[in-house]
Design a protein. Structure first.
Length: 300
């Protein structure tokens, strides 16, 4: 007597008719600004020879990643704000989830690679050009994407096997893992375990890399005799460290806990931070806190 679900209804955020247009306008403005900011950073890095080094190569890749990252979520979110039909097909839901998980996991690893780059630049400055060669940088970027694609494929291979019957409403504004596990009518314990283990690995291994890199950076910077030298050395890390704190803190709250600790309202609110707010702030953080980027922007 099971009726298999062919589509889901994304409940999103309940709003009154008066607030719908305001919410739509705000989200549209944020989305357009996010895309334009990141495309501008990519353009600035490509057009300025002074920014042709590993740090800005990774920053350009981060901006490229975030353009796709927000584009997986926000266009559908914008349509659903104004539309009465908030349906998404089962295949569309799985596709959205696959690409979203890929981009999130890739960003975790990429931020760790950027921390390693700062570690080599500050702690091993004489060997920096040799260690962070063009070939190594390209291999590191390829590794980030391979990690994201592999993690996403493993997670989706378990989630796609689950059955969804009778319940077709997802209490979220996009297809995320925890809401899908919550409404499954089949045993989701194995999928939940795999998701939890992979989430911890993808978050904690890069996080440990970031922490270890910055501990070494801190000890090296403290050995610099002049305060001006210490300030200059740490200024190259401050933007990256701010981005890491914003991204890791919000996503860690959402993904590094078991299904039993899942709360719809809290997770939806935190999800807005890392899918809408943080991608908007990242380019601003790098531009406002980085003199080289500001100078290159004025020249461009």
């Amino acid at each position: 007597n099971e009726t298999k679900v062919m589509y889901f209804i994304l409940l999103g955020f309940p709003t009154t008719a008066e607030l719908q247009l305001l919410l739509f306008s705000t989200l549209l403005l944020v989305y357009l600004l996010t895309v334009l900011e990141n495309l501008l950073i990519i353009l600035i890095i490509r057009k300025n020879p002074s920014l042709q080094n590993p740090m800005y190569f990774f920053l350009g890749n981060l901006s490229f990643l975030e353009v796709w990252y927000v584009s997986v979520i926000e266009p559908k979110m914008l349509v659903d704000v104004l539309s009465q039909d908030k349906r998404i097909s089962l295949q569309g839901c799985m596709a959205q989830l696959y690409f979203f998980v890929t981009f999130v996991c890739t960003e975790y690893v990429l931020l760790a690679v950027m921390a390693y780059d700062r570690f080599v630049a500050i702690c091993k400055p004489l060997r920096y050009p040799l260690i962070m060669s063009h070939k190594v940088c390209a291999q590191l970027i390829a590794g980030c994407w391979m990690c994201g694609l592999t993690t996403s494929s493993i997670k989706l291979s378990f989630i796609a096997r689950l059955s969804y019957c009778n319940v077709d409403k997802i209490n979220h504004y996009f297809c995320d893992i925890s809401p899908l596990l919550s409404i499954s009518c089949s045993d989701s314990s194995l999928a939940e375990l795999v998701d939890f283990i992979l989430a911890l690995m993808v978050i904690m291994v890069p996080l440990c890399t970031v922490v270890a890199s910055y501990i070494c950076i801190m000890f090296t910077v403290l050995k610099i005799p002049s305060s001006q030298g210490r300030q200059k050395a740490f200024s190259t890390c401050s933007s990256h460290l701010t981005v890491v704190l914003l991204f890791y803190s919000t996503t860690l709250f959402t993904y590094a806990h078991p299904k039993l600790m899942y709360t719809y309202r809290a997770n939806k609110l935190v999800s807005v931070l890392y899918t809408v707010v943080v991608p908007l702030l990242n380019p601003l953080i790098y531009c406002l806190r980085n003199k080289e980027v500001r100078f290159a922007m004025r020249r461009t």
